[in-house]
Design a protein around this ligand. Sequence first.
Ligand code: NDP
Length: 296
Amino acid sequence: MTHVVDGNAVAEDVRDGLSDAIGTLKAEGVKPGLATVLMSDDDASATYVSMKQRDCEEVGIEGIHVEIDPDAPAEELYETIDDLNTDPNVHGILVQLPVPDHVDDREVLRRIDPTKDVDGFHPENVGRLVAGNARFKPCTPHGVQKLLASADVETDGKDVVVVGRSDIVGKPLANLFVQRGEGGDATVTVCHSHTADLESHTSRADIVVAAAGVPEFIDGTMLKEGATVVDVGTNRVDADTEKGYRLTGDVDFESAKPVADVITPSPGGVGPMTRAMLLYNTVKAASDLADVDVSL
Ligand code: NDP
């Protein structure tokens, strides 16, 4: 029987664990605070930010939301970040990407205090992750690790193929898989749009992680019998629904499920975990900054 991993249930477990940690922090007079900054007219970005704020409220994290007119000068965003960096009630800062073209997104990531960089995208935090001394693991890769652990999927000695090499998913995830210790010790191949023969890689992998943003392009014929399949993809495809679209992953679930031993669906797999790990990183930031041990 294929184990279909329920990302919502695992995310719930993560949030339950955080409630205890938040209680400990509050007893010490610390209320974790997450600032979200939105400089965009994009509906999807606004939805993501409001979901993150709602998640904060549910677990008892103080949500601080800042909106900046997308036509405002870049300096306005940079100065907002500077203010949040020095605000003692703010422990985590998240600038919703993408930012408008006239804003230098690398400067945005560099500007955030690395100790409040709960996305884990600041160059210092990227360097620490690669060096095996992560301060904040980026939310989606960390969520993938937690999902695998929840399904008792061992990575030690396994052949892992990560499809996608983005800075937010593919690269950090590949780095986590090659680290020494729990959730790592794997032999990792990273595939991308220049990979000559994708199937030759996926079909021999013990664990395939699909993070390419191409709807349902990895099907059962491309997988080894008994593989673990993690679908990071979250794609909108036209559909006869009220909204005119449906969400689907990068994996063709119906053909992949009978081949796989373990599979994460999309939606309902990695997505909820990404949100939960943002809360996790915010609690970690608060406990580090306040020097309160919450045993995360
Ligand atoms: P990017 O577009 O930044 O990166 C996509 C990567 O996939 C690139 O490295 C690209 O290669 C590679 N790629 C594209 N097409 C192919 C192909 N046909 N074969 C092999 N590789 C290919 O995407 P993200 O990493 O930001 O996101 C990937 C997917 O994950 C999206 O569907 C996104 O919505 C989803 N996502 C989901 C999250 C969640 O919480 N569930 C969080 C973040 C993302 P190249 O570098 O050569 O262009």
